[in-house]
Design a protein around this ligand. Sequence first.
Ligand SMILES: Cc1cc2nc3c(=O)[nH]c(=O)nc-3n(C[C@H](O)[C@H](O)[C@H](O)COP(=O)(O)OP(=O)(O)OC[C@H]3O[C@@H](n4cnc5c(N)ncnc54)[C@H](O)[C@@H]3O)c2cc1C
Ligand code: SF4
Length: 622
Amino acid sequence: MENKEYDVVIVGSGIAGSIVAKMLTQAGKQVLLLDAGLEAGMAFDEEGAYKNYQDYMKSYFMAQAKVPNAPYPNVKDAQSPNVLDMTQINGKPDTKGYFVQEGKLPFASDYARAAGGTTLHWLGTCLRMLPNDFKMHSKYGQAVDWPIDYEYLKPYYEMAEREIGVSCDVSEQKYPNMGNNFFGKDYVFPMLKIPQSYIDKSFIEGMEGLKVSLNGDVYTPWCTSTPQGRNSTPNKKYRYANTAWNAAKQKLELQPFAKESDEYVPVGAIWDPYSGQRCEGNASCVPICPVQAKYNALKTLKSAKKEHLTLLSQAVATEIHIDTGNGNITGVSYKQYPHADSKDYKSGTAKGKIYVLAANAIENAKILLASGACKTSGQVGCNLMDHTVLLTWGLMKDKVFPFRGPGSTTNIPTFRDGDFRKKHAAWISPIDNWGWGWPTGSPDTDLDHAVSTLNLFGKELRTYIGDTLSRQLLLHFECEQLPLKTNRVTIDDKYRDNIGNYRPVIKYDVDDYSLKAFKAAKSVSDQIFAGMGVQDFTNYPSDEPDYVDGFVFRGAGHVVGTHCMGTTKQNSVVNSQQQAWDHQNLYLVGAGNMATLGTSNPTLTLAALSFAAAENILKALK
Ligand SMILES: Cc1cc2nc3c(=O)[nH]c(=O)nc-3n(C[C@H](O)[C@H](O)[C@H](O)COP(=O)(O)OP(=O)(O)OC[C@H]3O[C@@H](n4cnc5c(N)ncnc54)[C@H](O)[C@@H]3O)c2cc1C
Ligand code: SF4
């Protein structure tokens, strides 16, 4: 590959990079894709792919703490952040993990630097953003408006839903201010909804007709089933076979099935298309789905056109080179390590007509900063956002049997939008199927408490465990965060990794807009618990990493912002085409482009944007 000029060089094989690679190679373009992860993760043959995934499973089984990155190798040459490294920051930078945490609060989310990226351990919730999420400034006087709107993104959302294979029933989707044509006439998802859990059904019944007040207004909250990137029963009404480039129209389009009798076939495991065609309720979606019933980006990458795709693994992109005359990018430098944790590496430069950074919001920003690229706006690395997750938990009156099925199959969308966004953040409340696992470490800690503290044994122990575990309810309130210039990723010569690359230095905090939402969300939770007779066990210990003003929040893994999209080269890093304002042959893809966060998990939106980016690149290459 040395000296070869590709049509496009892509950095990163997560969902963003894989979608772009798939669309470009299928349109006949020559693509080089670099990924920092181990070569074993790139195996697509049956034996190699199966073996590698079973190795992930073994690491998962052996890990004491089943945190999101537990199954995946944390290679010193391309480290991943780990939530276990996040502790309170006491005035001086916390350098224990991969991140250097310099803010008031630790940024508490991670990502995976392995082939397939963070979708290896995502949950798979696939919500679209709401129309007003794109207009936060004009509608609510907060942050900024996007340069694109919901209607622009709608066809790309449909492509993303096909690519991921989203299971959901359109008729059940009811969100605030969604308008009359949110999904379009007769639209259906590729697959029917994943059946809601027993806990969902009990909760929905218990909440029926309940009224809660928020800022003096009275609401009747409702529940909807959650769209999910995991396989269920194909919807016979779904009509699209694929997304393809229409060269005559210069557009990507969803292609209808060739025959009336054709129907959507769920995409199973990469080692065997017949494994994982249905979610089996194994309940370990985060950190790993044993059968790959849950979407991960390896599925997309595997369907790229092999003849046009060159993969380079263990290759960590470090810098992009800029032609000082016209600002164009002339190459991407990378360091390729021979084996995990090696101090040695081979340097190389990849060349293409167009360059795409898809290494995720934090790594993209790091590469840009290390290269002195995209400098005009001064916004690179700024506006780092995540959903701040406030948990509340209690015991339901009756047994509801949590710990079954995917992490969450239902949510309360009532507070995703409304005039209150003038004052505080909106939120979505997923109802969790995983008991109190997240805040208290259930079920292990319950058993430990019963045996070590209550001295229970035999029948008494069984009765206690049966009675408490089976009534556990966990709600979480994923609050939007505004883009703040001060929440940012930077680099510092002092902090380098095993092969001399920069580590991300992060400054992070929450502002008043979020804090007010925590208070509001907790008050809504209190009213729901009181109305349903839930015994509240929520507590927020002051020694937790993200303890602030009497609350504890967690990271959601939704790493957003850092190279925001906007209307001018002064106020943003990329334009509405996702092209860097300062370098016309550089495209940045992924959640880094998102100007604001809204209340939907970001991946469906970044996937939709990645289809739009692929279309723009194909137009530029014509
Ligand atoms: C626990 C958890 C649960 C989540 N659940 C959900 C959910 O339910 N719904 C949702 O919408 N989102 C969810 N997310 C977020 C979601 O996983 C991410 O938004 C998404 O995977 C990001 O995709 P990406 O392609 O932009 O980046 P990534 O998936 O992070 O991929 C980046 C790729 O780039 C590679 N790379 C990185 N640096 C370099 C470099 N320097 N050189 C070469 N290659 C590099 C990496 O190896 C990786 O393959 C979750 C995240 C976490 C952590
Ligand atoms: S519930 Fe189990 S089978 Fe279904 S997606 Fe999650 S891990 Fe996979």
